[in-house]
Design a protein around this ligand. Structure first.
Ligand code: ATP
Length: 250
């Protein structure tokens, strides 16, 4: 069995001032190379869990190890760890006035060496990784175009390419398809799955749309008010369970 790249134990997190925990997870393990969808209604805690795994959440209790490193609830993880964990933000978080290529190169900042510190220029390995990522997401012809002149689906692909250029061992994607039409959503999910498989990366995506993501992952983890209420293969969840998680909207 694949080694765990994510291991949580007795994890509890409460937003300051909130009585109920935002996350309460007694145990969660995710193996290397798994593809997981975090599902659940708005406010279930999906983004908070992704922020925890990305090392950006402070003030939790219990233990959380990612890529073998126990995270510290009181301080951010080191740069070397950070570059192994890629994050695709819901709102893309791109530099709008920069080109596709420059945005993707920004994903290499965690790898940048002395040359970058001295000159602000990226080295050959950084350019090669950026080119490969741009090619993988099918944006070659747009490489020199400014991001603010792209469609939503194209921007999402730039955000994914930036994450891939980082050469992460884990890809975390927060609602990567929420603002896309169904056809573009499938293209983006295909990209995320294929690039994770090619790079042997672990993929964790959050989504409100279990039916749409089911074909792209091998595991559903459903959250309800911060608790795991289902954990298994997508084909093992039935309509009644989905209705329980989503109410009338399933
Ligand atoms: N800064 C904050 N302060 C207090 N409560 C917060 C804060 N951010 C989020 N919450 C609460 O934490 C809970 C979990 O939010 P989270 O964003 O993780 O849910 P989610 O499942 O990702 O929702 P969505 O699908 O809408 O993005 C919600 O009840 C939310 O209101």
């Amino acid at each position: 069995m694949a080694a765990d790249v994510i291991a949580l134990h007795d994890l509890v997190f409460r937003h300051p001032g909130n009585h109920h925990p935002t996350l309460a997870i007694p145990e969660l393990r995710i193996g290397a190379g798994q593809r997981v969808a975090l599902i659940g209604t708005s406010g279930a805690g999906k983004s908070t869990l992704l922020r925890l795994l990305d090392g950006r959440l402070r003030g939790w209790s219990g233990s959380c190890a990612v890529l073998g490193r126990p995270l510290d609830p009181d301080s951010p993880p080191p740069r070397l760890w950070r570059r192994s964990v890629g994050f695709v933000f819901q709102e893309f978080a791109l530099v709008e006035r920069e080109t596709v290529r420059q945005n993707v190169l920004n994903g290499r900042l965690g790898h940048a060496d002395a040359l970058w510190s001295l000159t602000g220029r990226f080295g050959a390995p950084d350019h090669a990784a950026a080119d490969r990522a741009i090619q993988d997401v099918g944006l070659d012809e747009f490489a020199k175009r400014r991001v603010d002149r792209l469609s939503g689906g194209q921007r999402q692909r730039v955000a994914i390419a930036r994450c891939l250029a980082q050469e992460p061992r884990i890809v975390l994607a927060d609602e990567p398809i929420s603002s896309l039409d169904p056809v573009t959503a499938h293209t983006v999910l295909d990209l995320l799955r294929n690039s994770a498989v090619d790079r042997r990366a672990t993929l964790v995506i959050s989504s409100h749309q279990p039916q749409l993501v089911a074909g792209y992952v091998d595991r559903f983890i459903a959250l309800d008010r911060g608790r795991i209420v289902f954990d298994g293969p997508p084909n093992a969840i039935d309509e009644t369970q989905l209705s329980g998680i989503y109410g009338e909207t399933a």
